[in-house]
Every structure is written in C-alpha cells, then in structure tokens.
Ligand binder design. Structure first.
Ligand code: HAM
Length: 433
C-alpha cells in the first residue's frame, strides 16, 4: 500500500477526470458500493478456488461472527447492489465506479495491496454490441490519455458454461497425461481450476501450455457467432486486437467474451485493463437471469504508464499568493484573499510572518501566477500591488475593486503563454508496497 503525495496527485486527478468524462460521454452512471461486503459474496462470484479468494482477501470476523472482506474488486458488489435495489427487473444499465480495491498479493512492481480501479458494468444486453461498446470506451480512454500506442488488446471467448464443460474434460485429460511436467501450482489447479493452468507464467510450463487443447475450437455455435460479430464490430471501429486462445482471466464468472489490454512497458505486471461478459453471475448470486459485461482498469498501472510515455501533466497552481507585509495588515490581507476567492480565483494567503524576501520565495514555490502585496501605503489609498511571477509584466498598483480582474488577466496570460502552470514531468518508480 502506498502513500500518494501532492506532487503525484496532479497526474491522478488528470486520469480521474479523463476517465469520468469518457464514461459520461457513453451514458454511464456512477455507482458507489461500500468497500466492505460479506466474504461469501466474493467467494460465490469470483470463485472459491481463485487466487483472489483463496489467498488474497483481507477478511475479518465482524462482532456477530460474520465474515466480511475488503473488496478485492467491485463487479460482485455491483451485482449485489443491483439485486438488492431491484435494478434487474427490466435492466438496461450502464454503471461505472472507481476507488480502492484490496488484494494481499505478493509485493512486486505494479502490484499493490491497496490499488485503484475504474470499472464499468452493463446489465441487460446479451448481444456483442455492448461488448464492442465497452472495448471502445477503454480505447477512447487510452486515446485521450496519450497511451493508445503503448497498449494492445487481447481477445478470447470462453463460450458458455455448457460448452466449457466439454473443453474442461479435454483439458484435464491432456494435463493428466503430462502430470510429471506440471509445477506445484498447476498440479493444485488441475482439478480445482484447470483453465488457470493455461495462465501460468512459469517458463517451464510453456511447452505444456502450447500443446493444450484450444478453447476457441470447442465453442458452441451461438458463442462462435457472438465472437465473430464482436470481431466485425471492432474491425468496423478500427480497433485492433489479437485473438488470444489462451486468455482465461483470473476470476471464475466469465462467459463468452474476455479481453485484456496489455502493455509491454510495465514489466511483468503489464495488464492495464481486463474484463468480459458474465451472463450467469446475477442469477448465481440470487437475481433474475441477466446478461452482463464490463471491465476494470488499474488506475495505478495506468498512471505509471502515462509516466513512461512521457506525458506532462500540469499541477494545479494558485492564481495569487497574498503576502502580508506587517502583522497589523493581516486582517486586510485575509479580507483581500477572500475577495479573490469570491471572484472565483484561487489564492494562497501567507501565514506565519517572515520577511518580504522569504514570502516571495514561498510565493514562487507555490507556483502562483502573481503575488498580491498589501503594504500600509497601498492600504491607505485602497489599493494593492500585483507582481506577476511568471511571464512578462511589471509590478502595478491596482485599486482594490479591480484587483480580481487584474489577477485574472495575469493568470490567463500565463495560461495562454503556457508559462504559468507548473508543469511536472510525471516520473514513474514511486515507492512500492
Ligand atoms: P482484474 O483483472 O482482476 O479484473 O483487475 C482489473 C485490473 O485491475 C487489472 O488489469 C490491473 O490493471 C488492476 N489490478 C488488479 N490487481 C492489481 C494489483 N494488485 N495492483 C495493481 N493493479 C491491479 C477485475 O477486477 C474484474 N472485476 C474486471 C471486470 C469488471 N470484469 C467484468 N467487469
């Protein structure tokens, strides 16, 4: 788990704003489920034998003995909310959420125990049109954030649970035939979650995986049509993808479409976004049969990626820094700062005394566009001095009623000349958990 300090927050806010705007532009509505749910909800949806549920949840007994868990993801929460609030009666829902998730993973670059996701979940559409839509939503986010060239889309179909049973049988029988070559994890998964064996990153397993039967070849006819139609929609939208027959995902609820957006820029943890269709989950958790599809993107990884691709994000800097030239003018300075804020500007009021020189240093460090100086002489004539800090312009004396407009003009001038905003090259490699 990591601390996010102010110098990193600008890029986070930039990402958050962009993601929210894109979601809104596709008609998605925000939902805010709690961070804690009954453990059982995650066990039933994500799957008892998945790594997430078996090893990674932060679970605790509530005072009544009930087991609760910090959410490791929010798809299950959205399903629970939808059932509880009767939202699946005639569903046509496009929802989004954002916030922290918790998984007690092995600490590693790009893997955090408190990490952040933005996700969308759709309920009520069974056709490939919505699968294509959610993929386009993600593609637009990459485009807007300038990372489209650094991510690629892998796509697969897991078929229906029925068609998967046949495949599972073929896979288990193949893996049993090569049992001696399986590593410990894969042997454990052989009967609990054999498809996850295909997801192993162990180099010694790659030969076994390469020879395994391919799920796409076991698809039922409807799932095949669904997949082909999705591919056509993506082709029509100009979204490039790679069909990845070994893509299985680490959560059990998926049916048919699954996808991941992956980058090679972040080392081993290169999946920036993952999702797919989960048509059986609402019913499984006790709701009416409801087709569903969604994805979640890892905000921490996306922020890291933006750092690598070299985007520059402007930190928010105040319009004015109001200096206090003597303690008997503190009330006057406080009043002036409030007036600037009333006018819709941002102003930092100097606190704590000190010489003019030290106040100017603070003003400079704050990134403000202008310093507002109020000395006894100015105050006596109902004026203040404005000294632009960045860009051109000399110090001027301004009558107080016109002060806000002068500060605004300086700030605008800076923004237009692009020399006012503090621009911070976003650097990766922050502290890991
Ligand atoms: P997921 O693949 O487990 O899917 O997570 C989605 C994304 O969250 C990952 O691709 C990754 O970027 C990020 N992520 C996951 N674990 C960590 C971690 N420990 N540290 C940093 N980032 C991480 C889900 O959570 C599904 N709920 C997605 C979904 C929504 N499927 C359908 N709807």
């Amino acid at each position: 788990m990591k601390d996010l300090l102010p110098d990193r927050v600008a890029v986070w806010q930039h990402v958050e704003t962009c993601v929210r705007e894109v979601f809104a532009s596709y008609g998605y509505e925000e939902i805010r489920p709690p961070l804690v749910e009954k453990t059982e909800l995650f066990a039933r949806s994500i799957g008892e034998h998945t790594d997430i549920v078996a090893k990674e949840m932060y679970s605790f007994a509530d005072s009544n003995g009930e087991s609760l868990s910090l959410r490791p993801e929010a798809t299950a929460s959205c399903v629970r909310v939808g059932i509880e609030h009767g939202m699946f009666r005639s569903p046509a829902l496009r929802l989004w959420y954002g916030g922290p998730m918790f998984r007690r993973e092995r600490p590693q670059k790009g893997r955090y125990r408190q990490f952040h996701q933005f996700g969308i979940e759709t309920f009520g559409w069974e056709g490939p049109d919505i699968d294509a839509e959610i993929i386009l939503v993600a593609a637009r986010i990459w485009e807007r954030l300038g990372v489209a060239g650094a991510v690629s889309l892998s796509l697969n179909s897991l078929g229906t649970p029925a068609s998967r049973t046949g495949y599972r049988r073929a896979l288990v029988s193949y893996l049993e035939g090569r049992r001696d070559e399986l590593d410990e994890d894969s042997r454990r998964r052989l009967h609990t979650n054999p498809m996850r064996v295909l997801d192993s990153k162990n180099p010694q397993m790659q030969d076994v995986i390469a020879g395994a039967p391919v799920l796409l070849e076991h698809l039922d006819a409807d799932s095949r049509r669904h997949f082909e139609a999705l591919c056509s929609l993506l082709d029509a939208a100009g979204v490039r993808y790679r069909i990845e027959p070994r893509l299985v995902r680490g959560l059990d609820y998926y049916t048919r479409t699954v996808f991941e957006w992956v980058t090679t820029e972040l080392g081993a943890q290169g999946t920036v976004c993952g999702g797919g269709r989960y048509d059986g989950l609402v019913e499984e958790i006790g709701g009416p049969p409801t087709p569903a599809a969604g994805f979640a993107l890892g905000t921490d990884r996306l922020v890291d990626l933006i750092g690598i691709t070299g985007q520059v994000v402007a930190e928010a800097a105040p319009d004015a820094y109001v200096a206090v030239l003597s303690e008997d003018l503190r009330e006057a300075a406080q009043g002036v700062a409030e007036t600037l804020r009333d006018a819709g500007l941002s102003a930092v009021l100097h606190c704590g005394g000190g010489s003019l020189k030290s106040q100017m240093r603070r003003a400079d460090r704050s990134g403000a566009c202008a310093v507002v100086l109020i000395g006894s002489e100015e105050w006596a004539t109902g004026e203040a001095s404005v000294k632009p800090l960045r860009g051109a312009g000399a110090q001027t004396r301004v009558p107080l009623p016109g002060l806000a407009e002068v500060v605004r003009a300086v700030a605008r001038g800076n923004a237009a000349g692009n020399d006012g905003a503090r621009t911070t090259p976003v650097v990766v490699q922050e502290g890991e958990s």
